[in-house]
Design a protein around this ligand. Structure first.
Ligand code: 89Y
Length: 342
């Protein structure tokens, strides 16, 4: 079988897990790495047996664009558009980490540039691929809970994220872009598109630039009221990082996804429990297990689309709707007003 060849742009903290995720799948092969600091790229190249390393993105593309099938952008958000445009100009499909772009306008431009160039754009939005979130979706889709009316999606933690990802402390807009991108995407995945939202934010940790607490109340187009709550400032009895907890109520019952990957379903017949644990690949960091393991499923879904076998969920077009929510939340927090998404 011919393998799809790809180049990675950015070999920081996340690239180890992204490349490990690709290694779980047959049919793909990284052939070149770019990183600002070449020595770091060389280290990653040795770990993953990647033959070519560059500290100049244009040189990488000059040497390899003709043999590449796609690029995987794992840099900080500020350079996502730059590398997307370079890839699109070479006719390469682009995979890009979340958040897609620092501003809504830049995200729109990325989508347009790729469309105009006739190349595919995917955003590596992996939270919706977590095993417990897929299971919750399956239960909701089964109709067991009847018509849904209320939901709560929670990511509340005191995990020291800034140790592994120090640039997060420098972001003027932090939790809504970093975790809100995931949480609001989960809300869309589980409950459909949003009609309007209201948001409040707060900064508790004085060592960082952006907000580390955000509460977003969403009115979904189907009438569900969904409360998305996020915090990186909450010292709790049970540290849930990096799990997203979910509670959903419908006319026939409710479900709750708890810290230990248990989903408890309550109907008039009583309460049943089902487990949805992540697959523990050898390379996952146990502190990030459910997130790292979902990288494989997200990559697989994108690969199937690249091969023309099945549509990807997290395309640029789809993720643009999540980016809209993130920026609508900031607008709402700034103006203290409900923002309509129509
Ligand atoms: O950057 C974030 C992500 O995408 O998942 C968890 C994280 O690493 C820290 O918030």
């Amino acid at each position: 079988m011919k393998k799809l060849k790809f180049a990675v742009f950015g070999t920081g903290f996340w690239s180890y897990y992204q490349l490990s995720g690709w290694q779980e799948l047959p049919g793909v092969e990284p052939i070149a790495l770019y990183n600002r600091t070449q020595s770091r790229a060389e280290e990653v190249a040795r770990t993953f047996n990647v033959p070519h390393v560059y500290d100049d993105p244009d040189e990488l593309l000059q040497q390899h664009a003709a043999e590449l099938d796609f690029m995987d952008i794992i840099t900080d958000v500020d350079t996502h558009a730059l590398f997307t445009e370079k890839g699109a100009a070479q006719g390469l499909a682009v995979i890009c980490q979340k958040p897609m772009a620092p501003t809504l306008e830049t995200a729109r431009r990325m989508v347009t540039v790729c469309k105009n160039a006739g190349v595919k754009l995917y955003i590596h939005e992996n939270f919706r691929w977590q095993a417990p979130i897929r299971k919750v979706k399956e239960i909701l889709d089964s109709g067991l809970l009847g018509k849904l009316f209320r939901a709560r999606v929670t990511f509340v933690s005191a995990f020291p994220v800034f140790q592994n990802q120090p640039f997060l402390a420098e972001l003027e807009e932090f939790i809504l872009t970093d975790i809100g991108s995931h949480i609001l995407d989960i809300c869309r995945f589980l409950f459909g598109e949003v009609a309007s939202l209201y948001c409040q934010t707060n900064r508790v940790n004085s060592q960082i630039k952006g907000e580390d607490v955000a509460h977003v109340l969403l009115r979904m187009q189907n009438g569900i009221s969904c409360f998305a709550e996020m915090s990186y400032a909450s010292l709790l009895e049970k540290e849930a990082f990096p799990q997203t907890l979910v509670q959903v109520e419908g006319e026939h019952g409710s479900l709750i996804l708890t810290h230990d990957f248990q989903i408890k379903i309550t109907t008039r017949q009583g309460t049943n429990s089902t487990a949805a644990e992540p697959q523990m690949y050898s390379w996952v960091d146990p502190a990030y297990a459910v997130v790292h393991s979902s990288i494989v499923d997200c990559n697989r879904n994108i690969l199937e689309d690249l091969l023309g076998n099945a549509p990807a969920e997290t395309t640029g077009d789809d993720n643009f709707q999540t980016v809209r929510l993130v920026h609508a939340a900031y607008e709402s927090a700034r103006t203290n007003k409900v923002v309509s998404l129509f």
